[in-house]
Write a protein that binds this ligand. Structure first.
Ligand SMILES: Cc1ncc(COP(=O)(O)O)c(C=O)c1O
Length: 355
């Protein structure tokens, strides 16, 4: 797809829409002479050269990736309108796109029911999951592996909960023996399991931890901010194949965080939190004197801690999912490095040769 062509189309489409509202005069502050802008733009683009080549296949220094061209066009087109997904009063079209994209994320993990929304980041998404955990288990703490993202310890502090870092085994996975020892104290209400640790990409044994929930009555939260989209490769074989058990077990956990702005090919400003039980929406209950007037449908601000959020983020994700849905043959194909049309290999596929 030709990015320049579609950015031009974006401008035309938004102008056509704007014209339906009748003529108006642009505010003088918006009328900038090209010559004046050129000088600022030259300095601006010069400064931007002080960056690392995230787009380059030889660059593997950080988890940053360039956004998919569809995400760029989706984001920039919507930014020309600038809707706010806090409420249907601020961004009706993009709020609906957000609900559709979030439903696709929930289906990707195998949730039959869900309540969820996009967030500005994985940090805020995890904060929301731990906030709900605190409401359900007041006075009890949160256990997470010593290799879990630092945000868990930090957010425990913010929420006034005690954090319990649990040692890891020699592969960087949470030690279930050490975890169980801590759970025996009865002081822990929630266990955070990581699907793709930030440092090593390790996946905790989520399937084995399910039994601990039943035994100790704890909540299980999966931080899949970094690794979540790799669930699309679970059960496939070949170089990209991934052991399926922990990934399949995520469907039975209570909440999930996944960051489309990591492996979902989105620009920054796009995390997501999903709850298996939609009833947890009651913990968010509040009223707003400024919004929630235009519809009796659910406003996303009614089920999130953040207020204003870019509708453009939801639009970018929705448009990307039209091309690459979060399915094994959609985004999974990209993550597995498979060329278009080549099916995922199953475990029993005769083309797989093992050493
Ligand atoms: C596992 C995990 N959780 C949470 C986060 C925090 O996400 P964000 O940087 O979007 O706030 C990260 C970021 O690297 C992460 O890898």
């Amino acid at each position: 797809m030709d990015l320049q062509h579609w950015l031009g189309q974006a401008n035309d489409a938004i102008q056509q829409w704007a014209d339906t509202f009748g003529p108006y005069e642009r505010h003088p502050s918006l009328l900038v002479e090209d010559d004046r802008f050129a000088a600022a733009f030259e300095e601006f683009t010069g400064r931007l050269t002080d960056n690392y080549p995230f787009f380059h296949p030889h660059y593997a220094g950080q988890m940053l990736k360039p956004s998919h061209p569809a995400a760029v066009v989706g984001y920039l087109t919507t930014m020309l309108i600038n809707p706010n997904n806090h409420a249907l009063d601020g961004g009706p079209a993009t709020a609906r796109m957000e609900r559709e994209a979030v439903a696709q994320l929930a289906a990707m993990f195998g949730y039959d029911t869900h309540l969820g929304h996009l967030t500005t980041s994985g940090t805020i998404a995890n904060l929301e999951a731990l906030f709900v955990a605190r409401e359900l288990h007041p006075g009890r703490g949160v256990a997470y592996s010593a290799d879990a993202h630092y945000t868990h310890g930090r957010m425990c502090h913010v929420l006034g909960m005690k954090g319990y870092p649990i040692p890891t085994d020699d592969r960087g996975r949470i030690s279930l023996d050490a975890l169980e020892e801590t759970l025996r104290t009865g002081e822990v209400g929630t266990v955070v399991l990581t699907a793709g640790t930030t440092g090593l990409g390790t996946v905790d044994p989520i399937h084995t931890a399910l039994a601990l929930r039943d035994r100790y009555g704890v909540r299980l939260h999966v931080d899949a901010a970094y690794g979540g989209f790799f669930t699309l490769l679970a059960g496939t074989a070949g170089p990209e194949g991934i052991t399926p058990e922990p990934w399949r077990a995520i469907a039975r956990c209570d909440s999930i965080v996944v960051d489309p702005h990591k492996h979902g090919l989105q620009p920054y400003g796009c995390g997501a939190v999903l709850f298996r039980d939609p009833e947890v929406g009651r913990f968010y209950l509040h009223d707003s004197p400024y919004t929630y007037f235009t519809s009796t449908d659910l406003h996303l601000g009614e089920i999130s801690l953040e207020c204003s959020r870019a509708g453009a983020s939801a639009a970018a994700l929705w448009l990307t999912f039209q091309l690459l849905p979060p399915t094994p043959d959609g985004l999974g194909r990209v993550l597995g490095g498979r060329p278009p049309g080549r099916p995922a290999l199953g475990r029993a596929d005769p083309r797989i040769r093992r050493p």
